[in-house]
Design a protein around this ligand. Structure first.
Ligand code: CP
Length: 332
């Protein structure tokens, strides 16, 4: 386990100052103080973002475009709700019905949105790096809502928020001595890459767990501090020592024609990697279950574990609104 050297004061947390950023593309380019400032700002926007207080005017007069070239439920709708509850107008590209089908590129599509006067584009793409490319070409804030297997920065921020809230670490946002096991299809996961960038920056230790073919050893090099990302090849190796078990689904859609070979069989995968009710009973006391969603209940996790006192999954979704509100405020 490691400690983080950049421990903030409680007064920083209570101030919850507004952050200004040109874009949010991943967490590996944000320093620790910026990550914390975004999360504290998210906490102060939470009631409005969730609709528990009357709509705010933080984004009054702003227009946010959502451009999702891959399916999404949580990310697209939480950006939309957060933006609207902060006073923005939201337009959705509805990619399937857009001129992409006539051969227009992602860059030209984004350029068209900018010409219409949008203040920020929230973008999800199948291609890793596409939001970064667009951000370099256009004079508009770009927020990465997931690019291929590369990054999903707001997912990591909301995961940290849910975890910090559950473990009463929100004032410090210091995750030292927290051991987070991420289990499943590590190779295809943009959630993992951003989780490593965000969580190890705040002092957490991450163990990546999965079949050798789905856990590239090189992923350990993404840690913000040496030695804070390790690998195991069975879920039983982490059950009684992880503070959090985060399950990931197998992303068959990213494997193309090789998808049949991703796992030997569902039965074999479940034998070594599924979080079952029996295994959950062997987790250490005061530990948590997370999943970024969508889950394949009955494969990587038993359906009974998606809810219940140990599950942070609904909390993750709820924090998504506050985190995205803070990110929109920072960029738009
Ligand atoms: N976790 C996540 O990105 O979910 P969606 O694909 O539903 O947005």
């Amino acid at each position: 386990m490691n400690t983080t050297s950049d421990t903030p004061s409680a007064s920083c947390a209570s101030a919850a100052t507004t952050v200004r950023l040109d874009h949010v593309l991943d967490l590996d380019t944000l320093d620790v103080s910026t990550i914390r400032a975004l999360l504290w700002r998210a906490r102060s926007l939470q009631a409005v973002a969730l609709g528990n207080e009357p709509p705010g005017d933080v984004l009054a007069g702003k227009t946010i475009a959502t451009a999702f070239f891959e399916p999404s439920t949580r990310t697209r709708l939480s950006f939309t709700l957060a933006a609207e509850r902060l006073g923005a107008r939201v337009i959705d590209l509805a990619a399937a019905a857009s001129s992409l089908s006539k051969g227009e590129s992602i860059l030209d599509t984004a350029r068209t949105l900018v010409a219409m006067g949008v203040d920020a584009i929230v973008m999800r793409t199948q291609q890793a790096g596409a939001p970064h490319m667009v951000s370099r070409c256009l004079d508009c804030a770009i927020i990465n809502a997931g690019d291929g297997q590369h990054a999903h920065p707001t997912q990591s921020l909301l995961d940290i928020a849910a975890l910090a809230s559950a473990t009463e670490r929100f004032d410090s946002l210091d995750l030292s001595y927290l051991h987070i096991a991420i289990v499943g299809d590590i190779a295809h996961s943009r959630v993992v890459r951003s989780a490593i960038a965000g969580m190890t920056a705040l002092g957490a230790h991450i163990t990546l767990v999965g079949p050798p073919s789905l856990v590239p050893a090189a992923m350990t090099a993404l840690a913000r501090s040496p030695g804070t990302v390790t690998i195991e090849y069975t879920i039983d190796a982490v059950l009684d020592r992880a503070d959090v078990i985060m399950c990931l689904r197998i992303q068959f859609e990213r494997a193309g024609s090789g998808k049949a070979g991703l796992i030997a069989s569902v039965a074999q995968y479940r034998q070594l990697y599924a979080l079952t009710t029996q295994r959950a009973a062997a987790m250490k006391a005061q530990s948590w279950i997370m999943h970024p969603g969508p889950a394949n209940a009955g494969l990587e996790i038993d359906s009974q574990l998606l809810v219940g006192p140990r599950s942070l999954i609904s909390s993750q979704v709820s924090w998504g609104l506050a985190v995205r509100a803070a990110v929109l405020e920072a960029c738009a």
